[in-house]
Design a protein around this ligand. Structure first.
Ligand code: AHG
Ligand code: MN
Ligand code: MN
Length: 328
């Protein structure tokens, strides 16, 4: 190995990266940096749980349903608790919205940040050892610090996000995030217990040949979506669908592709949640040069009226999303 090889192969730790970035903003108070560190810490703990899920008694159903009527897995509930605990102890957050909790979780009224999260995404894949993820989105509250958190603090449009990201528990574990200045990815080094910069300034190819949609539901999609699927087949694109949004999105961002979860007969607004699934990943997608819409309008400009509001999602390579929309 040459000297150059050695130096270029040593990544920066997430901590150092966050510190360096903070010093680029002269008036930053360090709260957002600390919040990102808290999220990374919870991610490490969940990673440990996920890695031994088959050995400990944490696989399988929890026997409960969340506010959306979906069966909760034990790991959904554990991941939710891990995050709420880490963010509560960290003290940088005034409120949390979680897929697994009906209402706003009120935390520290003296803090400035609101976090929305999907603690475990793709939970139907937990028990079968297939990649899953965590998604998070961070907003600055609108009401004055110190007072009670209001609905308006939480129901903000995606364009107000100050940061968002995801953790992918895959063949390796990665944390990918943006603060609106590009997207960076960090791979977890288990022997060091650190996330290390591995994917600097990630960019989504402008076009690609992968389409990701649950094609089993073909006959419950609108005609325009069916027409686009038929087009993908004629073009001999590759169909790739893991069923974990984070994993499907991550692959398509690296390789070029489109992810679609359209409205269906049984889900007239789509399945995915606008706040902590669509908006969070839309921010990453746009920062990487990609696009995210509901099939027509930009995801991050959609109005939010409910915590667990759903939206159709068309996201990924710019040209592919445009093409999909041209069938409307
Ligand atoms: P969650 O596990 O957080 O409820 O999310 C599951 C989501 C998403 O990850 C995935 O892309 C989609 O549901 C899969 O849904 P279908 O099984 O309907 O395709
Ligand atoms: Mn999810
Ligand atoms: Mn989930």
């Amino acid at each position: 190995m040459t000297k150059e090889n050695i130096t270029s192969s040593i990544g920066k730790t997430l901590d150092r990266f966050i510190n360096n970035k903070q010093s680029e903003f002269p008036f930053a108070t360090g709260e957002l940096s600390q919040l990102l560190r808290d999220i990374a810490l919870a991610g490490k703990i969940i990673n440990r749980d996920v890695n031994k899920a088959g050995l400990s008694d944490i696989a399988g159903g929890h026997g409960s349903t969340n506010v959306q009527g979906e069966a909760q897995q034990k790991l959904d509930v554990i991941a939710d608790q891990r995050f709420v605990r880490a963010l509560t102890n960290g003290g940088e957050v005034c409120a949390i919205v979680s897929e697994e909790e009906d209402e706003i979780i009120h935390v520290n009224p003296n803090s400035r940040y609101v976090v929305a999260m999907d603690p475990l995404d793709g939970s139907s894949n937990i028990d079968v050892n297939v990649s899953i993820g965590t998604i998070f989105s961070i907003y600055r509250r609108l009401s004055p610090v110190g007072g009670p958190v209001q609905m308006e603090d939480v129901l903000q449009k995606g364009i107000n996000q100050v940061a968002s990201g995801y953790i992918l528990y895959g063949s390796s574990t990665m944390l990918v995030y943006t603060t609106g200045h590009g997207v960076n990815g960090f791979t977890y080094e288990p022997s060091l217990g650190e996330f290390v910069l591995s994917h600097e300034n990630m960019k989504c190819p402008e076009s690609g040949t992968i389409y990701s949609i649950n094609e089993g539901a073909y006959y419950s999609f609108e005609q325009s979506v069916r027409d686009y699927i038929d087009y993908c087949k004629r073009e001999k694109y590759s169909a790739r669908y893991i069923g974990s949004l984070v994993s499907d999105f991550h692959r398509n961002m690296l390789k070029g592709g489109i992810y679609i979860y359209p409205k269906t007969e049984s889900a007239p607004n789509g399945k995915l949640r606008l706040m902590y699934e669509c908006n969070a990943l839309a921010f990453i997608a746009e920062q990487a040069g990609g696009v995210a819409t509901d099939g027509m309008d930009r995801i991050m400009e959609l109005e939010l009226t409910e915590l667990h509001q759903r939206s159709p999602l068309f996201m990924g390579s710019k040209k592919m999303v445009e093409k999909a929309q041209s069938f409307r």
